[in-house]
Ligand binder design. Structure first.
Ligand code: TPP
Ligand code: MG
Length: 540
């Protein structure tokens, strides 16, 4: 049996434990899907290109690496939002694109004949994806394929960023040299790590109220155990960025809560904002961090993207894994200081009365156990999601920085393949409108996410940003442009193959809907109806 270019790609993906390829087929990449099953890779065909991108992202965040392939031009440009989010939020998705052939490019250049889905430029996809990936390469000949594919995989794994590889469509079925050996996936150390670790641990020990903020890089690089050890050895208080929620179990000494300004819980806001030393460990700073980071530079050590900046000094290169190891061994040189007990979330009140935005999160909080992967969307309730008592590790997935509405439903498709936990999506009705067809993919592939649609009939977050007074005044009218076309979510779900669907209007009914969803094996939808004037606790 010949070993083809498609086989090369698939073999390299399997070496990294990828067993699922997300996408929407086109002639450009069909041979990749044709060859997938024989190489142990299952193709999951999404209902839209954007969904395919989000699904690959959800898979990458839970499994460590994801892969997606959609149609050149029409598919890739539709998917680019998902890959931009993966770039920002450090999700290693490999985008595999079928590209124009040498003949296509020649016809375009010399005769103005457009290849399929071309906008009349030779490198549109390549150039567009350069902006949102750690590397973007085109292979135009079979001999270029191994290096191009290996670069894409190495970038994704080493930088925890998406990467892009484009393979001329006539190459897929041509013979290719099989992989010669493993890809080099290690990041070189900078040689600075021990010295930096010594300085940082000294600063922590000398501080009176130091705090460590765990960021997404710790989850992405698989350093949670080491950081838990570091926290224990230093006896330091710790928080986490929303993007990194549940990287470490949220319990035990020193835990102050998720820091998600401007709506962090008081214990987290106070501890972070009044710390006399703040060690940011692999955290992406969303705009809400602007005040903290720009006004407290002299109190911040920031470790991010292969660099360390101590109190506003010049950035120095440092490799994260080596640096964390050095921090742990440095921390072990003295006994830990005593730290205050961690914050414990209040027990949710009993379920009574009509459902409110607040009760949606109280009821979900009451239902959580370590079988759930909580996947909230960008919505009024995202700050409430930050404070949900997620149990254990790796139980949370959110487009917390890029904040693209609709991410949750589609990312849950991929997470249902990548995680051992069952996705519990919490999405606004507006966000749901964006990627609702993902229910179809869940049904078709027998996945079992539970999707809670919080129905207030509005893009309420937008109303909140534009005019909050609407929420205090029951007679007030919303801005016309935030009003949604009301859907019958139950009928919609049914039509797409998700037959376990119900609308609930009371807190008790949400409890029982969650219980029956938990007992079922397939996908389920719960439409949780709330008053459009209602605000979640964190915003009231
Ligand atoms: C893709 C995308 N489009 C638009 C926005 C702007 N936006 C942010 S929140 C929001 C409203 C979300 O409404 P919904 O999902 O119903 O949640 P609610 O605010 O009502 O709780 C919008 C439109 C965005 N963040 N992402
Ligand atoms: Mg809404």
């Amino acid at each position: 049996m010949p070993f083809t270019v498609a086989d090369y790609v698939l073999t390299r993906l399997r070496e990294q434990q990828i067993d699922t390829l997300f996408g929407v087929p086109a002639a450009y990449c069909a041979p990749l899907f044709d060859a997938a099953a024989a190489r142990g890779v299952t193709s999951v065909i999404a209902a839209s290109d954007l969904e395919a991108g989000y699904a690959a992202d959800g898979y990458a965040r839970t499994k460590g690496l994801g892969a997606v392939s959609v149609a050149n031009g029409v598919g890739t440009l539709s998917m680019i939002n998902a890959i931009a989010g993966a770039y920002v939020e450090r999700s290693p998705v490999v985008v595999i694109n079928g590209g124009p052939t040498a003949q296509h490019l020649d016809n375009l250049k010399n005769f103005d004949v457009l290849f399929s889905h071309s906008i009349g430029q030779p490198d549109t996809d390549l150039n567009a994806y350069r902006l949102v990936t750690g590397s973007a390469t085109r292979a135009s000949t079979t001999t270029q394929v191994p290096a191009a594919v290996d670069t894409a995989l190495a970038t994704a794994i080493r930088k925890k960023r998406p990467s892009y590889v484009e393979i001329s469509k006539d190459l897929w079925t041509q013979d290719c040299t099989p992989p010669a050996g493993p890809i080099d996936l290690t990041n070189p150390t900078a040689g600075t790590e021990q010295q930096l670790a010594t300085t940082i641990v000294q600063l922590i020990r000398a501080a009176t109220s130091p705090l460590l903020l765990v960021g997404a890089e710790i989850q992405r690089y698989g350093l949670a155990n080491q950081v838990a050890d570091l926290i224990a050895k230093l006896g330091v208080r710790w928080s986490t960025a929303l993007l990194a929620k549940s990287t470490l179990p949220e319990q035990g000494k020193g835990w102050v809560g998720v820091y998600d300004p401007p709506q962090s819980i008081p214990s987290a806001a106070q501890a972070v904002e009044q710390a006399d030393l703040l060690v940011m460990l692999g955290a992406v700073f969303p705009n809400g961090y602007a005040t903290l980071v720009t006004t407290r530079t002299a109190k911040i050590v920031s470790i991010y993207d292969g660099t360390v900046r101590i109190k506003g000094s010049q950035k120095r290169n440092a490799e994260l894994r080596a640096l964390v190891a050095a921090l742990v061994s440095q921390a072990a040189t003295a006994p830990p200081k005593p730290v205050p007990a961690g914050v414990v979330p209040a027990a949710p009140p009993p379920a009574t009365g009509a459902l409110t935005y607040r009760q949606v999160f109280d009821r979900i909080g009451a239902a959580l156990d370590d079988s759930w992967l909580v996947v909230p969307d960008t919505m009024l309730g995202v700050y409430s999601a930050a404070n949900l008592p997620v149990k254990g590790r790796d139980g949370f997935l959110c487009s917390a920085v890029w904040a693209s509405i609709g991410h949750s439903v589609a990312a849950a498709v991929g997470a249902s393949f990548g995680s051992n936990r069952r996705p519990l999506v919490i999405c606004g009705d507006g966000g749901f409108h964006m990627t609702a067809q993902a229910l179809s993919t869940m049904a078709r592939y027998g996945r079992n996410p539970v999707v809670i649609v919080v129905g207030n009939g509005l893009y309420a977050f937008e109303q909140f940003l534009v005019d909050k007074t609407y929420f205090g005044t029951s007679a007030a009218h919303p801005k016309p442009y935030v009003v949604l076309n009301p859907w019958d979510f139950v009928k919609f779900a049914d039509a797409l193959g998700v037959h376990s669907a119900q609308s609930v209007k009371t807190a008790a009914a949400l409890d029982s809907a969650l219980a029956s969803a938990k007992a079922s094996n397939g996908p389920a939808l719960i439409h949780a109806e709330v008053n459009p004037h209602d605000l979640p606790a964190e915003l009231s």
